[in-house]
Structure formats: C-alpha cells, structure tokens
Design a protein around this ligand. Structure first.
Ligand code: HEC
Length: 351
C-alpha cells in the first residue's frame, strides 16, 4: 500500500510536469504572480481611440471609442493663468486661415509684455527656431536648410530678401496656420513661443538686429518724463501712464524724497490741462498677502493724491484706488517683472 502511494504521487507529479510543458505557448509571458503590477492600468495617451477619420466605422474603432483616452481640450478653452496679461495671450486667435486672414494679420500687434525682455525672448526664439524651422529656412534664414540642400524641398525665400517686410503679426500668422508648402506649427509651439520665434525671425530679417522702432503703433509703455500737456490732450480717455519714478519707503505709504521731481511734473501737467481728471492707481507685485497688497496700494495711491491736492490741484479732479496685484503688466516670476508691476499709474478719466 505504501509503495503504491509513492508510485502514484511520482506519476502524478511527473504527468503534471509533462502536461504543463505541453501547454506552454511561446507568446505567453509565463506566470504573473502580481499581474496588476506587471501590466500598467494607465490609459495610453496617444493610442487612437477611434478618432482616425477613415477608420471611423470599423468595429474596432467603435469599440475603442467607448474607451477613455487623452483628447484635445474643447475648442476655445484656454489654460488658466493667474497673470491676466498672460491669460489674454491664450484667447482664441482671431484671424482665419484664409487669404484675407493672412492680410489682416498685419494688424495683430505683438503683446507688450514680450518687449520687456527683448534680448531674452529673442534668445529663446532662436533656440526654438533652431529646432523647428532651420532645417527648411536655414540657420540664418537664407532658405538653405538641410532638406533644401539635399534637394527634397523647394527653397523658401530669404527672410532678409522677399520676406523682409513681413510684420510680426504676419509671421505669427504663418507659424500658426502655415503657408503653401509650409505646415502649421501651432501644435508644436504655443502662442507664447510663436511670438518669441517671430521676434527671432525679425532679427534675421534685419541681419541680427531686433528693430523695435518698426513696430509702429505698438502700445509701448508711455514714457511719462517725455510727456507734454499737448500729448495728454491727444490721448484717449482711459489711457494709463505709469509713474516709474515715484517711490515709497519699504512697506509704507510714505513718499520718498526721490519722488518729488515726477510728482511736480504731474502737478504742472494738471495745471496746464485744467479740465483733466485722473484716477491715481496703486499696483503691487504678487508677493505677500493679497489683501494687504490691496490696502498698501490703496494707501499709496491716496498718498500721491493728497500730495497733488497739497500742491494746489482741486481734489475733485483726482480719484485714487488700490488694485493690489490684480493687474500686472509683467510676469511676476522674475524680479525684473515684479519691479515693473510695483507702480503708481494714472488713468485719464476725462480731459
Ligand atoms: C518644411 C519646411 C518648413 C519649415 C519647417 C518651416 N517653414 Fe516657413 N516656409 C516654408 C516655405 C516653403 C515657405 C514659402 C511658403 C509660400 O509662400 O508658399 C515658408 C514661408 C515662411 C514665411 C513667409 C511667409 C509669407 O509669405 O508671409 C515665414 C515668415 C516663415 N516661413 C517662418 C517660419 C518659421 C518661423 C518656422 C518655424 C516655426 C518655419 N517657417 C518652418 C517652409 C518651411
């Protein structure tokens, strides 16, 4: 009996080994002791889940359609930015991809924030250009990139030749929509990057120089120290002018001595334009407590307004308000940007 059991168990083990080895498939991954760790449950972001046009009706495509996948955001949605100026950049692009849209794009001015750091933006534009554009347009924009040289592609004209007078708005439009044999680059470059590349193309149009003064009509910050009463009379109501040389003691609303020159100028200006009414606005950067920033900017704006009244301007012509960090003019992520955001501004309410 004992012997029998021994033989039976040997037979059982032996035959099970033979059987399992018989069923082994070459495609099988073998034993998976923890399949949930072995096989990712994550969604494959770039798998086609039924959105390929010509495959819309196949059974497989229909099945995939019910699977969750990464998709494009809904048309017209914009990413969130705490910085308003930056958020505005991502508003839908207004110029259609038509001949008319291309012509009209000249009117699309580069947002002022890009001109605060021309050098840095051109440098970043160059970096992106060398990745995205130089294989066709060439390192110097002469239309002699690698794919042109090997003869696979008709050469585009040189930027400093036929394309020399393309405005920044037009260059932005071409990068966004493409033109002729050039495809759209809007999925590779976001709007911020496109403006920077356009700025670099501008330097290639002018042999290495970024020509600011060509940007006629550009809403550059108005230089208050150069302004005359006549200039003010031509400005639209609602125009805002920063007083860049009005300073306060740290954390307080006490005007520092250095401010008197600019404030005296404002007093002169108001005396020379007797019907001019203004709002004095205080702005801070985004560091620290938001509510405190509002009250500090409010106190500073008041302090400037009182100074004007003390210098003989009728109080009914001046309003004051503090906006805290709500309306930045530059990116708060750099010290330079923060400095530009801390400012006293005045707005022309009526003239
Ligand atoms: C695949 C090659 C190719 C790439 C990549 C390419 N371009 Fe072009 N580009 C062309 C061609 C070809 C034209 C001429 C289009 C036409 O008018 O038919 C052109 C035209 C242009 C023009 C002038 C359009 C006009 O007539 O107003 C600008 C500006 C321009 N490209 C900028 C860029 C920038 C910036 C990039 C990189 C983001 C880029 N291109 C990438 C091939 C390319």
């Amino acid at each position: 009996m004992k012997i029998n059991l021994k033989y039976i168990s040997i037979f059982a083990i032996g035959s099970s080994l033979v059987l399992t080895s018989c069923f082994k498939s070459d495609d099988s991954p073998g034993y998976e002791y923890m399949p949930d760790m072995y096989r990712s449950q994550a969604i494959e972001a770039y798998v086609d889940y039924g959105m390929v046009k010509d495959d819309e009706l196949s059974e497989a495509a229909l099945k995939r359609k019910s699977t969750i996948s990464a998709r494009k955001p809904a048309e017209g949605t914009i990413p969130y930015y705490a910085n308003h100026t930056k958020a505005e950049l991502f508003m839908p692009y207004a110029y259609p991809n038509t001949v008319e849209g291309y012509e009209a794009a000249d009117a699309n001015q580069i947002p002022a924030l890009f001109l605060e750091d021309v050098e840095g933006n051109v440098k970043e534009g160059k970096r992106l250009y060398n990745i995205m554009c130089q294989h066709c347009h060439g390192m110097k924009g002469q239309g002699d990139g690698g794919v042109v040289e090997v003869g696979d592609f008709n050469p585009p004209s040189p930027y400093n030749g036929a394309y020399k007078n393309r405005s920044l708005g037009k260059i932005f439009h071409v990068i966004t929509n493409g033109k002729g044999a050039m495809g759209s680059h809007s999925s590779q470059l976001n709007k911020e990057e496109r403006w920077k590349v356009a700025m670099y193309v501008r330097t290639l149009q002018h042999d290495g120089d970024f020509k600011l003064d060509e940007l006629s009509g550009f809403k550059k910050e108005i230089n208050f120290s150069a302004i005359t009463a006549e200039d003010v009379s031509k400005m639209e109501t609602g125009s805002k002018i920063s007083l860049r040389n009005v300073y306060f003691n740290v954390g307080s609303a006490d005007l520092s001595e250095k401010s008197s020159q600019e404030l005296n100028k404002l007093v002169e200006l108001m005396k020379a334009s007797p019907s001019l009414k203004i709002e004095v606005a205080g702005h801070t950067d985004n560091s620290g407590d938001a509510l405190k920033n509002v009250s500090l900017s409010e106190a500073r704006a008041k302090s400037v307004a009182s100074k004007l009244v003390a210098s003989g301007i009728d109080a009914s012509r001046i309003q004051s308000k503090g906006y805290g960090s709500e309306f930045p003019v530059a990116d708060n992520s750099s010290d330079q940007g923060k400095k530009l955001n801390r400012r006293i501004e005045f707005e022309i309410l009526s003239k």
